[in-house]
Ligand binder design. Structure first.
Ligand code: 13P
Length: 248
């Protein structure tokens, strides 16, 4: 049985005070969600706050990015080993905003995935097509290259501890959501792709949907057999909407 997961990606949002308030609200509801995995992804600078507030709860926290290796002359970067020190269990890898604005290519993303695994951080690999790619019928081709490039680097066995988030770029922050049926098709494709490499990993891996998930559309998405939860952006910045999605 795959445990449902709801993850909140705060992106570059939140003040010190606002982050503390949001973390406290999530913490106060944590007992309601003992049958689910709830994870928050604050900005790097708010991770110590997450550690302080969430340490004695079932709620996990993680980082939105990392850089390769343990340490070194990489000004402005943060390593997986540093994240572990602040209690992170997860890290987002290959978010479309990193691919687009920071020019992270397939190879760098695969290297980052490997760096996460090396320090026993669980990577949440984000994949998904742009609007143009969908219109050109390239959705499956794009998802396939985004996943296979990582498998070629680290091997399928290293997906044992990973999560995959399908985040169609056209649905991120746009208010446009993939319909449950559209998302299910992509998720089923991902599971089949993994099953060609390893049946048991394909059956066990949690596949999250991301892209304008809100309190009012989450339940419909979660009914789909291959959707195991959500990676939520905008709606994770307010305790009320995030907790409603967790309840859904
Ligand atoms: P939105 O929920 O704001 O569309 O963002 C989705 C996302 O990018 C989560 O990683």
């Amino acid at each position: 049985m795959r445990k449902p997961m709801v993850a909140g990606n705060w992106k570059m949002n939140g003040t010190r005070e606002g982050a503390a308030v949001l973390l406290q609200a999530i913490k106060n509801s944590h007992q309601k969600f003992s049958d689910k995995e709830i994870v928050v992804f604050p900005s790097f600078i708010h991770l110590p706050l997450a550690e302080k507030e969430l340490s004695n709860t079932d709620i996990q926290w993680g980082a939105q990015n990392l850089y390769l290796g343990k340490s070194g002359a990489f000004t402005g970067e943060i390593s997986g080993a540093m994240l572990k020190e602040y209690g992170c269990r997860y890290v987002l890898i290959g978010h479309s905003e990193r691919r687009l604005h920071f020019h992270e290519d397939l190879n760098l993303i695969a290297e980052k995935f490997k760096s996460a695994i090396d320090v026993k951080l669980k990577p949440i690999l984000c994949v998904g097509e742009t609007k143009t790619q969908r219109e050109k019928n390239e959705t499956e081709k794009i998802i396939k290259e985004q996943i296979i490039s990582v498998i070629e680097k680290v091997g399928i066995k290293n997906f044992e501890e990973a999560v995959i988030a399908y985040e169609p770029v056209w649905a991120i922050g746009t208010g446009l959501t993939a319909t449950p049926a559209q998302a299910q098709i992509a998720h089923a494709f991902i599971r089949k792709l993994l099953a060609e490499q390893n049946e048991s990993i394909a059956t066990k891996i949690q596949l999250l949907y991301g892209g304008s998930v809100k309190a009012d559309n989450a339940a419909g998405l979660f009914l789909m057999p291959d959707i195991d939860g959500a990676l939520v952006g905008g709606a994770s910045l307010e305790a009320e909407s995030f907790l409603k999605i967790c309840e859904a």
